[in-house]
Design a protein around this ligand. Structure first.
Ligand code: BGC
Length: 514
C-alpha cells in the first residue's frame, strides 16, 4: 500500500512511505507487550472471587461471603484482598521510572525483554504460592514486568509506525491488553469450576505464557530508528528507515530524526528538563490523561466485574460469564478505534466516547439505586439485571474506542525525543498510581458510596470530556518528531513553545492556519 498523507497542521512535513510487511509484523509482535498487562488485569478479579483461593489466603473474606447478605454493597470489602490486586500497580509505578532510563540508553526492546522476564518469574511465584508472602512477592514481580512493558511498548509502536497509521498501530497495544483480559476471563471461567486449589493455581501460573511471548518477541524485534539515532547509530537508523518505510526516499524523515536527536543531546537530565516551561503542555497531558483514564472508572469493571455481578445477585458462574461478555464487547469495540483513529482523529473519539460513558454511567447508577436503595438490600429481577449488563456493555464500548487506546497513544506521541522516555514513564506511573487507588478503594467505596459510586465517576467523565475539548490539539497524521508545531499552533499551549523549537514563528503558523 503506497501513498502520501496531508497533515492539517501548518508547516508539518509530509513524508513518503509505504506500509511494509516488515513494519506490520514488527508492530504486531511489539504489541504483544500489552498481553501481560491484560492477562493480569483479567485474571485477578476472577481469582479473587474463587472460593478455594479465598479460603486459603483470605479466610475472613470467605466467611463473610458465606454469611447472610445483610448488605450487598459490603460483601467483599477487605483491605487485604484489595491489596492483593493493587500491590502490582505500585510495583509497576516504581519500575516504570527505572524503565525510562533503560529504554533511553539501551533501546526500547531491552525494556520489553526485562518486562517479560520479571513477569515470568512472578507468574511462577504466584502459581506455586503457599502463603500470602509468596502471593505478594509474585504480584510485585508481575508489577515490575508491567511497568517495563508499558513504558517501552507504546513508545516503540509510535516510533516504528508510519505517521499516518501511528494511531492504528499504537492501538494494537490496547487490543493486546483487552485480548489478554478476555483470554484470562475465559480461563477463569473454566478453572473456577475445578475442585480444590488447582483452579486458581492454573489461572495465576498461566501468566507465564504471555511472558514468554514477549521475551521471544523482544529478542527478534529490531530497534526503532529514533532510538538507534539517539544511541549514535545513524547509518543503521537510515537502513532501518528504508526497510520499514519501503522506500529509499527517507531523507526528510531521517533529517527530522537527526535534528530531534541533536536537540535531545543538549538535554542532559530529561527528568529535570521536563519541568521547563517549554515542555509544559506535554507534562500536563502526560499527567492528566492517565489520571482521567483511570477516573473513568473502567477498572471497577475490569477487576471487579465478577464481584459486581455477584453483588447484583448473579450466581458465580453467571458472573464470570457476564464478565466474559463485557470483555468480548470491549475487544470488538477497540477495533473501532483502530480503524478510525487516523481517519477521524483522536479528539472526536475522545469526545464521543466520553459522552457515551457519561450517559451509561448515570443510567447504571439510577438502576442500581432504584433496586438496592441506600440500604443495599433487595433483589434484582432477571430483566433488570440484563438491562444493567447491557448498560455496562455500552459504557465499556465507549471506553474501548476512546480513553482506553488513546490513553496510551496520545502520551506516547506528543513529546519530543529528548523527554519522550521520561514523559512515558510519568504516564505509566500516574496511570498505575490511580489504577492502584481505584483497585484499593473500590470495594470500600462501593460499601460506603453505594450506587453513588457511578455518579462519582460520571462527574469525572464530564470534566475530562470538557478538558479534551479545550486542551488537546489534534495529532493525527503529524510526524512524531514534528509534534512541537501542533502545540505551537494551539490557542493555549502555543505560548509555552519557543519559536526555535519549530523553526517558524507563531505568527507565521497562525497565518498559515487561516
Ligand atoms: C487501561 C487499564 C484498563 C484496560 C482495560 C487500559 O487502557 O490502562 O487500566 O484496565 O485498558 O479496560
Amino acid at each position: 500500500m503506497a501513498g502520501g498523507f496531508v497533515s492539517q497542521t501548518p508547516g508539518v512535513r509530509n513524508y513518503n512511505y509505504k506500509l511494509t510487511p516488515k513494519v506490520f509484523v514488527t508492530c504486531f509482535i511489539g504489541a504483544f507487550g500489552g498481553l501481560i498487562f491484560g492477562y493480569d488485569l483479567g485474571i485477578s478479579g476472577g481469582v479473587t472471587s474463587m472460593d478455594p483461593f479465598l479460603e486459603k489466603f483470605f479466610p475472613y473474606v470467605y466467611q463473610k461471603r458465606k454469611n447472610a447478605h445483610e448488605n450487598e454493597y459490603c460483601r467483599f470489602d477487605s483491605e487485604l484482598l484489595t491489596l492483593f490486586t493493587s500491590s502490582l500497580y505500585l510495583a509497576a509505578l516504581v519500575s516504570s521510572l527505572f524503565a525510562s532510563t533503560i529504554t533511553r540508553i539501551f533501546g526500547r526492546k531491552w525494556s520489553m525483554f526485562l518486562g517479560g522476564f520479571t513477569f515470568f518469574v512472578g507468574s511462577a511465584f504466584n502459581g506455586f504460592a503457599q502463603n500470602i508472602a509468596m502471593l505478594l512477592i509474585g504480584r510485585i514481580l508481575l508489577g515490575f514486568g508491567v511497568g517495563f512493558a508499558n513504558q517501552s511498548v507504546p513508545v516503540y509502536l509510535s516510533e516504528m509506525a508510519p505517521p499516518n497509521l501511528r494511531g492504528a498501530f499504537n492501538n494494537g497495544f490496547q487490543v493486546a491488553i483487552i485480548f489478554g483480559i478476555v483470554v484470562a476471563t475465559i480461563i477463569n471461567y473454566f478453572t473456577a469450576q475445578m475442585k480444590g486449589n488447582i483452579g486458581w493455581r492454573i489461572s495465576l501460573g498461566l501468566a507465564c505464557v504471555p511472558a514468554v511471548m514477549i521475551m521471544i518477541g523482544a529478542l527478534v524485534l529490531p530497534d526503532t530508528p529514533n532510538s538507534l539515532i539517539e544511541r549514535g547509530f545513524a547509518e543503521e537508523a537510515k537502513e532501518m528507515l528504508r526497510s520499514i518505510r519501503g522506500t529509499d526516499e527517507v531523507e526528510e524523515e531521517f533529517q527530522d530524526l537527526i535534528d530531534a536527536s541533536e536537540e535531545s543531546k543538549q538535554v542532559k537530565h530529561p527528568w529535570k528538563n521536563i519541568l521547563l516551561p517549554r515542555y509544559r503542555p506535554q507534562l500536563i497531558m502526560t499527567c492528566s490523561i492517565p489520571f482521567f483514564q483511570q477516573l473513568t472508572g473502567i477498572n471497577v469493571i475490569t477487576f471487579y466485574a465478577p464481584v459486581l455481578f455477584q453483588t447484583l445477585g448473579f450466581g458465580n458462574k453467571a458472573s464470570l460469564l457476564s464478565a466474559m461478555v463485557t470483555g468480548i464487547i470491549e475487544l470488538l469495540s477497540t477495533f473501532v478505534a483502530v480503524f478510525t483513529v487516523d481517519r477521524f482523529g483522536r479528539r472526536i473519539l475522545f469526545l464521543q466516547g466520553g459522552i457515551q460513558m457519561l450517559i451509561s454511567q448515570i443510567a447504571i447508577g439510577i438502576m442500581i439505586g432504584v433496586k438496592f436503595g441506600t440500604a443495599g438490600t433487595g433483589n434484582i429481577g432477571k430483566t433488570d439485571a440484563n438491562v444493567i449488563v447491557a448498560l455496562i456493555c455500552i459504557y465499556v464500548a465507549g471506553f474501548a474506542w476512546s480513553w482506553g487506546p488513546l490513553g496510551w497513544l496520545v502520551p506516547s506521541e506528543i513529546s519530543p525525543l529528548e523527554i519522550r522516555s521520561a514523559a512515558q514513564a510519568i504516564n505509566v506511573a500516574v496511570n498505575m498510581f490511580f489504577t492502584f487507588l481505584v483497585a484499593q478503594l473500590f470495594l470500600t467505596m462501593l460499601c460506603h458510596m453505594k450506587f453513588g459510586l457511578f455518579f462519582f465517576f460520571a462527574v469525572f467523565v464530564f470534566i475530562m470530556t470538557i478538558f479534551i475539548y479545550l486542551m488537546l490539539p489534534e495529532t493525527k497524521n503529524v510526524p512524531i518528531e514534528e509534534m512541537n508545531r501542533v502545540w505551537k499552533a494551539h490557542w493555549f499551549w502555543g505560548r509555552f513553545i519557543p519559536d526555535e523549537a519549530v523553526g517558524v514563528s507563531a505568527a507565521e503558523l497562525q497565518q498559515k492556519a487561516v
